[in-house]
Design a protein around this ligand. Structure first.
Ligand SMILES: Cc1cc2nc3c(=O)[nH]c(=O)nc-3n(C[C@H](O)[C@H](O)[C@H](O)COP(=O)(O)OP(=O)(O)OC[C@H]3O[C@@H](n4cnc5c(N)ncnc54)[C@H](O)[C@@H]3O)c2cc1C
Length: 112
């Protein structure tokens, strides 16, 4: 048995990624069914969820900590390039590893 979409576990709606994730999962499931190996789908499912789950955690963290949210928004306002990279990572246009450098810059500036 294989599940796709919200029934297979979802990220918080705040990411706005539920449908995109479901479509990616559907494609990954079709590939796995073609190869008759559902373990492939299980691995793809974990990979597909990783980035949105990170973004959901990050956004919910800002929701819980007003001071952190204020500081992050100040950094985004002063450094739109960091915000642009965060957004690019969020929509999958920037690899997570490349984003790691940006997030280090974000964390550093939030401490200053
Ligand atoms: C407030 C909110 C905002 C969101 N914003 C976005 C957004 O901006 N962008 C985005 O991509 N995603 C967004 N999402 C997420 C998105 O709505 C879901 O990820 C997506 O709808 C999941 O599709 P699905 O087909 O897996 O499940 P669903 O859309 O939940 O479909 C499941 C269907 O199965 C039916 N069903 C349930 N049980 C049974 C049963 N026993 N027998 C028959 N039918 C049954 C249900 O009635 C439902 O129609 C948002 C979600 C919420 C809650």
């Amino acid at each position: 048995m294989a599940l796709v979409g919200d029934a297979s576990g979802s990220v918080d709606a705040i990411t706005g990624e539920g449908l995109g994730i479901a479509f990616q999962q559907a494609l990954a499931l079709a590939d796995a069914l073609e190869r008759e190996d559902l373990r492939e789908y299980a691995a793809a499912h974990r990979r597909i969820a990783r980035r949105p789950a990170f973004m959901a955690d990050f956004m919910l963290l800002m929701d819980r900590w007003p001071l952190l949210r204020k500081r992050a928004l100040q950094v985004f306002a002063n450094r739109p390039d960091i915000f642009a990279r965060l957004l690019a990572m969020h929509v999958g246009e920037l690899p997570v590893l490349d984003f790691a450098a940006a997030s280090f810059g974000l964390a550093w500036r939030m401490l200053l």
